[in-house]
Structure formats: structure tokens, C-alpha cells
Design a protein around this ligand. Sequence first.
Ligand code: GDP
Ligand code: GDP
Length: 470
Amino acid sequence: MDRLGLDPTEFVAVDEEGVVTAGIDPDETLATPTLAVVGRPNVGKSTLVNRMLGRREAVVQDVPGVTRDRVVYDALWNGRRFKLMDTGGWEPDAAGLQGFVAKQAETAMRLADAVLLVVDASVGATATDQAVARVLRRAEVPVMLCATKVDDDRLTSDTADLWRLGLGEPHPVSGLHGRGSGDLLDAILEILPETPRDDFGTSGGGPRRVALVGKPNVGKSSLLNKLAGEERSVVHDVAGTTVDPVDSLVELDGQVFRFVDTAGLRKRVKMASGMEYYASLRTSSAIESAEVALVLLDASEPIAEQDQRVLTMVVESGRALVILFNKWDKVDEERRHQLTRELERDLISVRWAERVNVSALTGRSTQRIAPALNRALESWDTRVPTGRLNQWLNDLVAATPPPVRGGKQPKIMFATQAQTRPPTFVLFTSGFLEAGYRRFVERRLREEFGFGGTPIRVSVRVREKRPRKK
Ligand code: GDP
Ligand code: GDP
């Protein structure tokens, strides 16, 4: 119970169409920790995830061009809720396997609260498994090892060999038959923290993480080179792995930022045609690893659907955003007028994002990038105190109450900012709030509290009409 005497468990999540979202934690305000499942393709990750979810649902869908290399499910065991992140969405070619799985493990270490490495007991530890274990041994989050496909006792002895991966006791399971999965879940809950970390790896005061993204040829590599200084060598950060250095540390305005996943840019790897799917995966992976995205658009050309797709990825992943209009040196009077119209037509959904007109060629306005990044990050980190939020909300609702629906006036009882990064608000209500009213609340939230440069989320919990337990 909170201090208003509301019991959050009496509320259910209702989306904008009024659909009660089944399976979603009705008490999402208490954020749940995430367990990432990593391992080579075909070791049985999906089968195990299905088993742990107790349903046949974890079918990973690969939709080309869509951010689907990671799927998160809500899981429940012994009354505890947690999230399961299945990272196995696509298969790299054999040559790139080791690097791919190592990278997957790094992402998992960065995003999840605990990691489960899955090894195929019928195969034993391969070189790739060892490489991944090496990466995971440096993890700051707890890591657990499980050997799957142990369908009967025959393989149990072999799993002992997996101790040499240096990740502690190998837990034998059969994802297919369920053998050992209960014990595994018990063990997982022991290592999984109660609450998710909310630090995005910055609690140690490390550099803030920036994704430099945009469709091909907008000038990403040119800008990175300009910012890093053509002559001065970019600091490569190996992050203690066997894979290619993937990030660049770049000093802007005396402040070091970590530009994530820039290996491809530095090498100026150009995408062959038909590689768009992989380009898009790289973009989504960079965004996920970052706190703020610098989205480059080519100001000299009309805003394209591909540009919008990148922007949508950023908004959906809840990262802060700064938009750079690059190649400003090529923009003339006429183009400027066109652009103004395009902004109103195509970028209206991200009008809260700061825009900077730059030129990687001439260096124009590049000094404005760091302050814009900092402002966006500050909004992203903002937490509105509950008292202030509710005071504001009471005034808002008094002046403009939610529209009557089915003869009833829904009451908004209470609001709380459940999360930062991005700011996420939950409204507790007595009835359905129409999409229009939700948007109105979001708009007014921005007017009152700012949030320039960050997406914000507003979700609604409706009190469920059910008999009270005695
Ligand atoms: P993923 O690529 O790591 O997600 O692996 P999958 O879950 O798709 O499994 C790969 C293959 O191994 C499939 O043919 C599964 O049926 C099989 N498999 C998965 N778990 C088990 C298990 O516990 N026992 C046996 N015998 N086969 C399994
Ligand atoms: P990427 O694919 O996004 O990494 O783009 P590149 O950095 O390779 O740039 C694509 C092309 O645009 C190259 O020919 C660059 O020289 C050119 N370019 C990049 N930035 C600018 C700019 O600010 N002004 C002009 N005129 N050309 C640019």
C-alpha cells in the first residue's frame, strides 16, 4: 500500500485501445530484474526459455529491418516476477560466430541483471563457448552456467567437465523434457537481484554512451573522424574481450563520450546491397547499447522513410535523442524552405528532440553537439518528485477532466514516475482513459517539466473491479 491507501495490485494495465494487456505485470511500477540467456545457436536457448516461461511462446521472429534480435518475456517463478531476455534471434555465418556470441554476451552483461550461459551438454564446451565464458568471467553481474539437452542420466557426468569454463557449477537441464528446470529456476532466483539496475553502466561515472546512427551515406564516418580529429588517433576501447574493439572514446568540449559500436564506421565498411538487414541490426544494436542517439540526416536531401525508421527505433528503445542535419554546407535557400515543410510533416512525432545543423566537411556547429547531448541526457535522467507530480496532475484534471465514457467520468487517483531513462509515468485511474487524453497528459507533462531530447512514456493502470479478498 502506498501512502494514499491504494493497493497497486488492484490495477491492471490497459493500452490505448482499451485492451487489458494479458501477461503483463499489473504492478509494473515495481520494475522487475532481467535475466539474459546467451549461448551459441542451436544449443537449446529458445527451448529452455519456453520451458522457463511454461508456455510455447518464445518463437523468435526475424523481421528484416525491424529491431528483433532481442526478445524480452515476462516470467514468473515461485511468486517472483522477472524478465527473460532471449538474445538468439539470428544466426551469423560460421566465420563470425565467435565474435557474434561474444558480442551478444557483452550486450547481455550491459543490459541484464544476471546472465545465463547455455552450453549444449551433448557437444561439450566448444572454442566458442570458452571464448564467451572468458567474456562473462569479467561480468559485474552474476553469471550462471547451464548444460542443456541433459535428457537422462547418461549425460550428467559429462556436465562436470564444464566446471573448467570457470563459471561455477554447471546446472544440468533438459529444455525439451523439463528435467532440472525447476532447480535451475530456483538457482537463478537466488542470484538474480530483487530490483533491476538502473545505471546503464554509468554509476561509476564512466563516459556517457552515444550511438552515431543514420542511413548509409549521411556522413557518419566523416563526422566521427571530424569529431575525433583526423590526426589524433581515436582511442580504441577493447573492453577486455577477444573481439574487435567496438567503441570509440571521443572528447568533445573537454568531456569524453563513448561512441558505441563504431568499429564498422572506422573501418569504413561499406554495405553491399542486400545487406540492409545487417545494417539495420547494427543500428539497433548500437542504439540499445547507448544512452543517447545522435541521428544523422542528410540535410541536402528530402527526409526519407529510412531516416524515419531510425528515429522510430530510438524512440521505441526509449533512448535520448539529438538530431543532426549534416551536410549543411550543401543547403541553399530553397532547400531550407523545403526542409521547414518536411520537418512539420515528417518529424512532428519527435519535435521534442533538439536539432543541430552541422557539416562534417567544414566542421560547422560541431561544437554544439556536446551541449545538446548533455541536455538530452539530463532530461532522460529527470525524476519528478511524486508530490510535485500529483499537485500538477490535480490542477490539470480539475481544469480539464478526462472525457466521460459510457456515462462515467474516469477518475485519475494518483500518478507516479515509475522510472527514469526514459521518464515513465503511471496513472492510476478508475476507468479507461482515451488515447487523446493520454496524449494531452503527455503534452502537458512536457510543457510543465521539459523533457527536451527524451521520449517519455505514460501508461495507465485501471482499477480492476473484482471482489475484495477478505
Ligand atoms: P537455440 O538456437 O539455442 O535457441 O536452440 P533451440 O532451442 O532452437 O534448439 C536447437 C535444437 O536443439 C532444436 O532442434 C531443439 O529441439 C533441440 N533441443 C533443445 N533443447 C533440447 C533438449 O533439452 N534435449 C534435446 N534432446 N534436444 C534439445
Ligand atoms: P556514412 O555512410 O554515413 O558513414 O557516410 P560517409 O561519412 O561515408 O559520407 C558519405 C559521403 O558524404 C562521403 O562522400 C562524404 O565525403 C560526404 N559527406 C559527409 N559529410 C558531409 C558534409 O557535411 N558535407 C558534404 N558536402 N559532404 C559530406
